[in-house]
Every structure is written in structure tokens, then in C-alpha cells.
Design a protein around this ligand. Sequence first.
Ligand SMILES: Cc1cc2nc3c(=O)[nH]c(=O)nc-3n(C[C@H](O)[C@H](O)[C@H](O)COP(=O)(O)O)c2cc1C
Length: 236
Amino acid sequence: MTQRVDESYVSSDHEVVTAAITSRRSIRAFLPTPVDLELVNELLRIAGTAPSGSNIQPWQVHVVAGATRDKLAAAMLAAHQAGVPSAREYHYYPKEWRSPYIDRRRATGWGLYGHLGIRKGDHEATSRQLGRNYEFFGAPVALFFVIDRDMEAGSWLDYGMFIQSIMIAARGYGLHTCPQAALANYPDIVREHLGIGNDKLIVCGLSIGYADPDDPVNEFRPQRLPLEAYVTHHID
Ligand SMILES: Cc1cc2nc3c(=O)[nH]c(=O)nc-3n(C[C@H](O)[C@H](O)[C@H](O)COP(=O)(O)O)c2cc1C
């Protein structure tokens, strides 16, 4: 039997692909170094090849930089500082937290704040760190992902693949990212600044830029489960 060979495959590809995937991490301090917007378009073109059920490609992206970025960041941060509660329009997490998810969530949250020297109960420092979300952690470019309100769970599955593709492609150009559900906390502010209609739901945002290698926040590495914890083999 002759084997079909993918002509575009070269033997060293796995190292490059693996490094692009495993070097992605959530960066929470970016350098002010500008990001070429043509490069951002290229990342979006690459990610646009992501799979989607029946190829319906439900993603719609708003690229935010310059004065619009600054104004939007200021408006969201002001809302956060005024104590305006999140008005995110969908449930990200289970309504009732339970083990093991609550334990993993705590380990990550407390791990990050502990790493920054923020003690449990220090609401001011915690709120300040949370507020950094709205300033895109200093990144010069942010993406906002929106979806038509009538789309169902399958399209959200598609959307995750699209967003992960952007993050992986970014690594190929030395860029880092942080996916942020926090950027969907004030949907009306985002709608107003970006001219987005009420027929769209704000899914989340993504900060893009060059990581600040000297900021300790970027050293935080939340642990992952061992393979046995999430894989069941049926191989008899
Ligand atoms: C859809 C999505 C939304 C997220 N929202 C936020 C956020 O609002 N703020 C934040 O600091 N991190 C956010 N994260 C990052 C997660 O905390 C992070 O992916 C997780 O702790 C694993 O760490 P790593 O990305 O560095 O591997 C989000 C991640 C995803 C996938």
C-alpha cells in the first residue's frame, strides 16, 4: 500500500509547532513597543483558516489600537474603579462552583496573587491588579471578539479554535497574548466605543504585544494536570 504523503510536511515541523503551542502563556505585562497592524491582519488571516462546523466561520473581530484603545481602556477602568458590577452577557463558569473546578480556580487565582505578593483579603491590591485587565496589561493592541446573538454552543466551540489559532500564530512572530473574559464585563461601553450593535454579543478580548521580560507577573506559570487526570484509554 502506498502511503499518502503531505508534501508540505518537513521533519522538523513538530518542534516548531510544539514550541509555538507550549510557549503560549497569558502575559499580564506588555512593553509599549508598537505592534504592526499589518502583522495583526496576518495573524487574523492565518486564524481565519481555523475549522468551524459547516464552515460557517462565526467570528467577527474588532481591532483596537491608538486613541480608540486609550479611550476604551479609560472608560472600562473608570467603570471598574467606580465599582460597576460586571454585566457580561453569558455565563462563563458553572452557576454552582464545586470540586475539582473550584480548587483549580483557587489554586490559579491565589497562585497569581501570591506570586505578586498580594495577600488574601487585600481588596485594594486585588482590585488594582484586576483593573490592569481593562488597560490591556499595557498591550498596544487589543482584539474584541463578537458573535451574532442567535448563534449556538457549536459556534462558541468554533470560536475557541479561532482564538487559539491567533495566539499560536502570534508566537511565530515573537508576540504574546492574553485572552480576557474581563473585556466582556462592560459590553455597553465596548459597544458604544466600537459602534457594535445590540444584535452582537461580546465574547471576550485578547491583548497582543511584546512581553515585558522584567515584570514578575509574567513569571507565573499555573500548573497543568497530568495526562492520566484527563485521559481515559479504551484500547483492548
Ligand atoms: C477565554 C479565556 C478568558 C480568560 N480571561 C482572563 C481574564 O479576563 N484575565 C486574565 O488575567 N486572564 C484570563 N484568562 C487567562 C487564564 O487565566 C489562563 O489561560 C490560565 O490561568 C492558564 O494560564 P496560561 O494561559 O498562562 O497557560 C483567560 C483565558 C481564557 C482561555
